[in-house]
Design a binder for this molecule. Structure first.
Ligand SMILES: NC(=O)c1ccc[n+]([C@@H]2O[C@H](COP(=O)([O-])OP(=O)(O)OC[C@H]3O[C@@H](n4cnc5c(N)ncnc54)[C@H](O)[C@@H]3O)[C@@H](O)[C@H]2O)c1
Length: 268
């Protein structure tokens, strides 16, 4: 895709690092303007570090250009009022929003769900499902504010954990299965609007959340997950980003209501 191929505006939520940062970079490289959103602070309910404001600001500086800016914005995807402000800023700066891509997510588990601290179960369900619902409730009205004919995209990240029974990750799997169900329902609700809704389900992707998964399973390193894939290596965040950006572009126009595995054959 050439840099001049598209000139559109996206909001990426969960952008400070990992798959969201890779998606932001690829969008900016392929002609999109991006509002890059992240909570930029740790979640006190969880024992591992999340993305920081500094990471988000460095991403904006490195990935943006005068023609296709990347603007950093701190907001929590579970905070509806905060997200309304962020989406409003994107509309003010870019004249509208063509894609809302939510990659924000957290993980917890490592024990059966009945042994998890209640606050961790709540964090996983709040962020991994509730946060996507908020992103849809706030983001889709902005996509609908674009004049017809529209080509808006709502994209979320589910997980292989949605379709396989992964032990010690039941809360995470429940939230991610909810995301796949949500986009199917959204696709039906968006019938005739020109806007599509889809999710992508990564396998084990080399980002900090996978390091936390390895810790939850008592593994020395996340590289131990590579053998689960038919491709016998971890997935790179850029490979998940490529699927999201492809779905966001013109090639994705006829695809709606699906959950696309980017899992290196994990589900085989
Ligand atoms: N890495 C994998 O192996 C893998 C596999 C399947 C699915 N996923 C999903 O992919 C998505 C991206 O994860 P990643 O691998 O890049 O992990 P990551 O931990 O590197 O990035 C997640 C980002 O989301 C942000 N975030 C967390 N809670 C937030 C909130 N309430 N509001 C706004 N931002 C918030 C974090 O600060 C962080 O920057 C997540 O939804 C994750 O569940 C990842």
């Amino acid at each position: 895709m050439s840099r001049a191929a598209v000139s559109r505006a996206a909001v990426v939520i969960g952008a400070a690092r990992g798959i969201g940062a890779a998606t932001t970079r690829l969008l900016a490289e392929t002609g999109w303007s991006v509002l890059a959103v992240d909570r930029g602070s740790d979640d006190p309910r969880l024992p591992y570090a999340l993305g920081s404001v500094r990471m988000l600001e460095e991403l904006a500086t490195e990935a943006g250009s005068p023609a296709h800016p990347v603007v950093a914005r701190v907001a929590d995807t579970c905070d509806e009022a905060g997200l309304v402000g962020a989406i409003g800023e994107a509309e003010d700066r870019f004249g509208g929003v063509d894609a809302v891509i939510t990659t924000a997510g957290v993980i917890a588990g490592g024990v059966p769900i009945w042994e998890m601290p209640a606050a961790q179960v709540e964090a996983v369900l709040d962020v991994d499902l509730g946060g996507v619902v908020v992103a849809a409730r706030v983001g889709i009205p902005a996509l609908l504010r674009r004049p017809e004919p529209r080509s808006g995209r709502f994209l979320a990240v589910s997980s292989t954990a949605a379709s396989r029974g992964l032990p010690m990750l039941a809360a995470y799997g429940a939230a991610k299965a909810g995301v796949a169900g949500l986009v199917r329902g959204l696709a039906a609700e968006l019938r005739g609007t020109g806007i599509t809704a889809n999710s992508v389900s990564p396998g084990s992707t080399a980002t900090p959340i996978l390091d936390e998964s390895a810790r939850l399973y008592g593994l020395d390193a996340a590289s131990a997950f590579a053998g689960q894939h038919a491709i016998e290596r971890l997935i790179r965040p850029e490979e998940v980003a490529a699927a999201l950006v492809w779905l966001a572009g013109p090639a994705g126009a006829a695809i709606t209501g699906i959950d696309l595995p980017v899992d290196g054959g994990l589900a085989l």
